[in-house]
Ligand binder design. Sequence first.
Ligand SMILES: *Cc1c(COP(=O)(O)O)cnc(C)c1O
Length: 378
Amino acid sequence: MKNKFIDQAVTGIQGLSPYQPGKPIETLERELGIQNSLKLASNENPLGASPSVLKALQGDLEPAFYPDGNGFILKQALAKKLGVASAQITLGNGSNDILDMIARVFLCQGRAAIFSQYAFAVYPIATQAVGATSQIAPALPVNHPKRAYGHDLEAMLSLITDSTRVIFIANPNNPTGTWLDQTALRAFMDQVPQRIITVIDEAYFEYVDEADYPDTLQWLDHYPNLIVTRTFSKIYGLASLRIGYAICHEDIADLLNRVRQPFNVNTPALIAATAALDDEQHIKQCADLNRQGLDFWKHHCRQRQLNFIPSVGNFISIDMAQEASPVYHALLRQGVIVRPIANYGLHQHLRITIGTPEQNQRCLTALDYVLAASETGL
Ligand SMILES: *Cc1c(COP(=O)(O)O)cnc(C)c1O
């Protein structure tokens, strides 16, 4: 049914579709009347937050007081850890919030943002919400030897026009898990005019273990138009608290802070993030477990001759060799929630978050059952 107020909404909003999150466990269990279901749909950390985070959150939290709107302590801790100045850091209510701030500061009607086909779904939403145009570069072809489905940097460069003001790059990208090496990305940065704000979204930074993965923070002095975004939602296991950050030139940080909601990051999030930063042991453990899990999925996909997009994130998108939606629904009936990505134009793929070894096995067993059943037409 047509929305009664659609004509009153600003133009950019009229054509928007809301972000589709992974199905919550509670929803599935309510709908099917089942228990003990497994969610591997939102790239959440299967080991959860560090025990030191849980401990820090047990302190006196007085809900009556506003949080520190400047996040002084966390920004100092981040600055020290990352080797940047506090003034270069902007905190967000998740890194999504940062992406929105960037759009509000640099985009509007008549301006445009470039991103890749299959790039993270928040880029088109942030762009369109402020009335700007999305310039979408076709991804590298499916048969590309190294980066099938990945960002095509040449194609992105060739879209640049006078109205281009922002470029969004996810490295690695979600939902593909594809990544860009330092040589390619640096050569790209060299060709982007400095008037164009270039966002490198590193939500999965801590998971990547590739020798040529770029150390973009080292580039900030050289490229004042660079914004690097990271999050506490993924490896740090703080997704529910909503906290992420940007690192960039302090003059860009100053602009982001002009549109930032005064108390966008809450006190528990600030406390948890500060504690989480310290527990490097936990981060290493999570990264190691993820690597094993990725190997598990790659191995079993090969065994079953299922194609997958090579991923360095904490998820893997697997080609079901058929329309993925019925497989997704059949998995739900097995109590396993994964993520359909047809909204990205990937109708045959399901994105599976890497879980613990037990969770991975349970998901694989359910998938085997469902695929066998679909073959025999059950
Ligand atoms: C998960 C994700 C984010 C971060 O989300 P927040 O929870 O808002 O920090 C950002 N970019 C990409 C590519 C992601 O997959």
